[in-house]
Ligand binder design. Structure first.
Ligand code: TXA
Ligand code: MG
Length: 311
């Protein structure tokens, strides 16, 4: 932790001056700015080329600080105690006297909030007197970043500072649950919904492609490496990058393993770096082996389905 302290100070310096800084989290890297500063928040949207109607997630280290901005409820307390800090984002009612910039929420009366677990980012948050708005640190509609080098690929030197950590442990974005009414899943992600259901003793309903979009992250094309993707493919031609989750007898150059033993956690961790690598290697098409629709497999399928909307 000591080793990182000067970097945390540097990140704080930029953030205090309304600049954007990339931060490591256990899900994916974030592009962070002071959530109370419209100036800083506008810069995030501009850098990401993100449409202004797509609201940001705000990151806290303490519930006490969150309560300055949002109303909490019994479901929140239960889930917070069990899963936070961790890969779960809550949509809560925004308090009238909250200082959150209106650009964060696009004037919505709700706010998405998260308590990241990554130790560097927790330490950073503890040293700030404002929460951090941070979408994933990638260009809008593209593949998220799980390593510092991915951020350079997307933004070059446009970001003032990258607070570097290791490869994100979970590798896909947080699960989003709306608690402003009856609990509802808005985005599948790094926390399995089966675990959430067990904790709140409620069956959660979600539709991967609902007609009415309540979280703009449910937009159809997203997480795209910019290549056509075909799903549920058993055998692919040699010139097609074949993404696999089970070891095959004879390896081939175009095989890209997310896991060799159908381990869905490992597969989630490797998903985005593999999509980026395939693109870098010059492949023009991607095929993906069938991935089970349970646990994190649901989240991986969700990401790949959206990425497959690229034509
Ligand atoms: O794991 C994560 O959640 C990462 C790390 C950096 O924390 N962040 C992330 O942010 O994935 P982003 O901006 O890429 O995705 C945020 C999603 C978007 O789909 C957005 O539409 C949704 O959260 N969202 C934000 N505020 C919302 C709100 N008030 N109501 C419904 N959806 C909301
Ligand atoms: Mg994103």
């Amino acid at each position: 932790m000591k080793r990182n302290y000067s970097n945390i100070k540097k990140a704080k310096y930029y953030l205090d001056n309304n600049e954007c800084v990339a931060i490591p989290t256990e899900t994916v890297y974030g592009l962070a700015g002071n959530a109370y500063s419209s100036n800083a928040v506008k810069k995030i949207f501009k850098l990401k080329k993100r449409p202004s109607f797509n609201p940001l997630i705000v990151h806290y280290s303490k519930v006490r600080d969150l309560q300055k901005d949002c109303e909490i409820n019994q479901y929140f307390i239960k889930l917070y105690k069990k899963f936070c800090p961790g890969p779960l984002t809550f949509v809560l009612k925004l308090k009238k006297n909250s200082q959150i910039s209106k650009y964060v929420t696009n004037k919505k009366k709700t706010l998405a909030v998260r308590f990241p677990k990554h130790s560097i980012t927790r330490l950073l948050l503890k040293n700030l007197n404002y929460p951090l708005a941070a979408p994933s640190a990638n260009l809008s509609t593209k593949v998220s970043a799980v390593e510092p080098k991915h951020i350079n690929e997307d933004f070059g030197n446009k970001i003032k500072f990258i607070l570097k950590g290791k490869k994100s442990k979970i590798g896909i974005e947080s699960t989003i649950i709306d608690l402003t009414n009856k609990p509802k899943i808005l985005r599948l992600g790094g926390l399995e919904i089966e675990k959430i259901e067990k904790e709140i003793k409620t069956k959660l309903h979600f539709k991967l492609n609902p007609k009415k979009i309540s979280a703009p992250g449910q937009l159809k094309l997203h997480y795209s490496p910019g290549l056509p993707i075909k799903l549920n493919v058993k055998n692919a031609n040699d010139n097609v990058a074949h993404i696999l989750i089970n070891k095959r007898k004879n390896d081939k150059k175009n095989f890209f393993y997310l896991s060799k033993k159908s381990d869905l956690k490992e597969a989630a961790k490797n998903l985005y770096s593999t999509l980026r690598k395939i693109k870098k290697d010059g492949y023009k098409r991607i095929a993906v082996e069938k991935i089970p629709k349970i646990g994190l497999g649901l989240s991986i399928n969700d990401r790949l389905n959206r990425a497959a909307k690229f034509k």
